[in-house]
Unconditional design. Structure first.
Length: 158
């Protein structure tokens, strides 16, 4: 088994992509939580934002230990992290369309889940596989939670 200090550059690049995606999602969830009037949805989004920041921090620690100094100093993707997640869903929030907001969040979460699944498969023997599996399970739970909120809001409008 590889140690965290011996991760290949390709692995640290993939981990940095996940860091970026998690930070992007954290920003999107936090922004959406501030604007949505539905308190259970806002609370769920705040929880998701906190979780995603923690996930990004955990991955960043691994990258830092592996010696990726460029990202450890905050350069590259992390400094330029724009909230693309948020830009894709802010329209429904402005119009008060909570079900549309939840559908957008669910689509984004499925995309992140797919990226985690691909990463877990690609790095089966890697020292970070355990962390990736743990985070994949967290992303899956978030998908389920958002889907349940979406279904509850969609069915209540019928």
């Amino acid at each position: 088994m590889k140690t965290l200090c011996s991760l290949r550059e390709e692995t640290t690049e993939r981990l940095n992509e996940l860091v970026h995606m998690n930070l992007d999602a954290a920003g999107g969830f936090a922004n959406a939580a501030e604007l949505v009037d539905d308190e259970p949805v806002a609370r769920a989004f705040r929880d998701c934002a906190r979780q995603r920041r923690e996930m990004a921090e955990a991955l960043q620690r691994v990258v830092n230990r592996a010696g990726d100094d460029d990202h450890a100093k905050g350069n590259g993707h992390l400094r330029a992290c724009a909230s693309t997640w948020w830009s894709r869903i802010r329209g429904p929030v402005r119009h008060g369309d909570v079900p549309a907001l939840l559908r957008g969040a669910e689509r984004r979460e499925r995309a992140i889940k797919t990226r985690y699944e691909d990463t877990v498969r690609s790095y089966a023997g890697s020292a970070v596989r355990g962390l990736l599996l743990e985070q994949l399970r967290a992303v899956s739970r978030t998908c389920d939670r958002i889907r349940a909120l979406r279904d509850a809001r969609t069915h209540s409008e019928i």
